[in-house]
Structures are given as C-alpha cells and as structure tokens.
Design a protein around this ligand. Structure first.
Ligand SMILES: O=C(O)CCC(=O)N[C@@H](CCC(=O)O)C(=O)O
Ligand SMILES: [Zn+2]
Length: 351
C-alpha cells in the first residue's frame, strides 16, 4: 500500500513518540509507512495502531495491546518505552509486532472508558441489531479488523501471540496475574506459563466460558496464545513504580528482539493456578458488596459468607476459600460484577 507523507512523520521518526501522537488524535490518524535504517518496516494503521515488520524472516506474530482501559497507565508506559526504542533503533526486532493503544480518548480523560467498556465489545459484540453504535463499538470492530489483517499477513507457520496488558482497579493479594481465555477444551500451554513467570506473573486464572474480551477474541478467532495480563493496580500517569514492571519489560523485549527465547524449566510449584468458579452479573440497580473497596482480589470467603447482593438475590460463598476477582458494583446492568475462583492444580490438560 502506498501512503502520502503526513505532517507528523518527521517528528515520529525522530522521537518515536507514538503515544503523544495517538493522544493528540483521539479518533483517527492519517496512515503512513516508512522503513528504519535497520530495515524494519513501520506502518501506522490508524491512531494507536502501529506495526513493525523486520526485514529478515520471522517466526512469531505478536500483538501487544494496552489502554483497552484508558486509566490503566502502567502498560501504556511500558508499550510507549518499547515503541520509542524500536523507532529510534535502540532495539532491533526479530519478530513482527503490532502495538495497539485500545482507547485513546479514554487515556486522555483518565477513565476506564468513555461511553462503554471496550473490553465487552469484542468477538462481534460491537455490532448488535437495535443497539446504537458509539466510538468504542467502532473501535472494537477496527481493532478486530487490524488484528485479523496482521495475523493474515504473517508467515503461515508463525506462532501467534496476543498479550493484552491491564492493571486492576483493586489491589491484589497476587499482585500480577493473567486470565487464560476459555480454550473450548484445548489444553493449556506450559510454555505460556513459563513466559508469564518470566514476566513476573505466577498466577493464572483459567476461564470456563466464552467472553467478549480482546484476549478471548484473538485466542478463539485467530488461535493465538492470548492472555489478559494484570500487572498491578491502576495508577495515574507518573505514579507508577516502573521498577515493578521490569521483569515484564525485559521479557517482552526478549520476545520481540530474539528469534528464540529460553525460559526457566516448567515446575508446577512455581505457579498459583485458579479456575473460575462462577461469574456474578449485576442485574439490578440495587447491587452491592458487603466488603470495602480496599479488600483485595484473591481474598477468600468462608462457605456461607455473603459475597454480593443483587436486588433480592444474596450470593454466598458455596465452597470454603471461594475468592473474589474484579469486584465492581458500578458495571452496567447485565455485565460481570464479580468473578469467583478456586485453586486448581496442573493436570493432564496441560501440554
Ligand atoms: O480490576 C478490575 O475490576 C478490572 C480489571 C480489568 O480490566 N480486567 C479485565 C479482565 C478481562 C478478562 O476477563 O480477560 C476486564 O475486566 O476487562
Ligand atoms: Zn483493564
């Protein structure tokens, strides 16, 4: 594809500051393409969407997304550093990488979303008859299309990865954790757990059903090894202790700049695995939790203890140790207000 030369090009080439360019263009950006001195092709597809294609043969197609929720700034800062070091050629890629800042306008207003939670609109849920469109619905469709196109242009035998980087609203007993999307019976991969451990993530939740999230979409539709990765607690820009993300940053650098990466040998004892026990949706205006806002993710409840109240329905822990993940009483009606999890072991469904 040939593009004209947009006015931002020289600035982008010299600074690599694609984040500021994205934030200055909340809804669209003129596309462009250029080649770095080291031979890597750079394509700006739209605002918040930049692709890198090294000159040499690659064996991995990697999507790194952040800002699917605009107030989750640490992952945005990690991706900003990576993009700057690639464009300014301090970092040379060995793999194809697509970086996505999910929701630029929500970054600017410092909120999880503008009209609607972008991470509830994937896998086609952006387009539903009778439901009016909005910028987040348009964006979800665009992101699906860009990911489809990115994977379609990869080598046929390349491995596909998508790490959708987030931070959680609450603190978490296990500070970093990943959500492994439902695989419809396919086995979970030890090699992915080894990668996550190298990122500093030793806790993984296994989903038991289809979802409308970005990571489920790329797993289900594109067969990618795909995760939502929660790297810590939400903080405004400038308040993140970036040293807490160093293992993640270094592991991502190795993933994109090396042909092969060796991880620590798999040992089940290195991990805390959980399976989702149930999902509790908010169905009534009158929805509440009996615990405070500073009660952390992974807090366990005793059997019979109240976990949530939805109108007249009381949800009590059904098993000892049933633990809370992502409690949020402010979600839209019909959406997930709480996940509960129970511990699980590495079993025969791991390869
Ligand atoms: O801390 C919270 O309440 C939400 C953090 C967050 O954004 N989590 C993702 C998880 C997505 C998944 O289930 O894979 C979300 O809620 O979209
Ligand atoms: Zn998030």
């Amino acid at each position: 594809m040939s593009y004209s030369t947009p006015s931002y090009l020289e600035q982008l080439k010299s600074t690599g500051d694609f984040l500021t360019l994205t934030r200055n263009n909340e809804f669209s950006l003129e596309p462009c393409a250029f080649t770095l001195e080291n031979g890597t092709d750079v394509t700006v597809h739209d605002t918040g969407i930049i692709e890198f294609q090294p000159a040499q043969q690659t064996n991995k197609d990697i999507v790194l997304s952040s800002a699917v929720h605009g107030n989750e700034t640490a992952p945005i800062e990690i991706c900003d550093q990576l993009i700057k070091s690639i464009v300014t050629e301090q970092l040379t890629l060995q793999q194809r990488v697509l970086f996505i800042y999910g929701n630029p306008k929500s970054i600017n207003i410092g909120k999880r979303f503008v009209d609607e939670n972008l991470n509830r609109l994937f896998n086609g849920h952006h387009t539903v008859e009778g439901i009016a469109s909005n910028p987040e619905r348009v964006r979800a469709k665009l992101l699906e299309d860009v990911v489809t196109d990115f994977f379609a242009r990869g080598n046929q035998d390349s491995e596909r990865f998508h790490y959708d980087l987030h931070t959680a609203i609450r603190g978490s007993k296990n500070e970093k954790f990943a959500v492994y999307p439902f695989l419809h019976g396919k086995p979970w991969k030890k090699s992915q757990l080894q990668f996550l451990l190298s990122c500093g993530v030793n806790t993984v939740l296994m989903m038991k059903s289809a979802a409308t999230t970005f990571s489920y979409y790329s797993s289900f539709v594109h067969g990618a090894d795909s995760f939502t990765v929660e790297l810590g607690q939400v903080k405004p820009f400038g308040e993140n202790d970036m040293s807490r993300f160093e293992k993640t940053r270094q592991t991502l650098i190795a993933l994109i700049s090396q042909k092969y990466v060796e991880y620590k040998e798999f040992n089940a004892e290195d991990f805390e695995l959980f399976s989702v026990y149930r999902t509790i949706n908010r169905t009534c205006e009158d929805f509440s939790f009996p615990f405070a806002d500073d009660v952390e993710n992974f807090t366990g409840f005793a059997k019979g203890e109240l976990m949530a109240t939805d109108g007249q329905t009381r949800y009590e822990a059904e098993v000892d140790g049933e633990a809370i993940i992502f409690p949020n009483a402010d979600v839209a009606l019909g959406q997930r207000a709480l996940l509960t999890v129970i511990p699980m072991q590495v079993d025969s469904n791991f390869i």
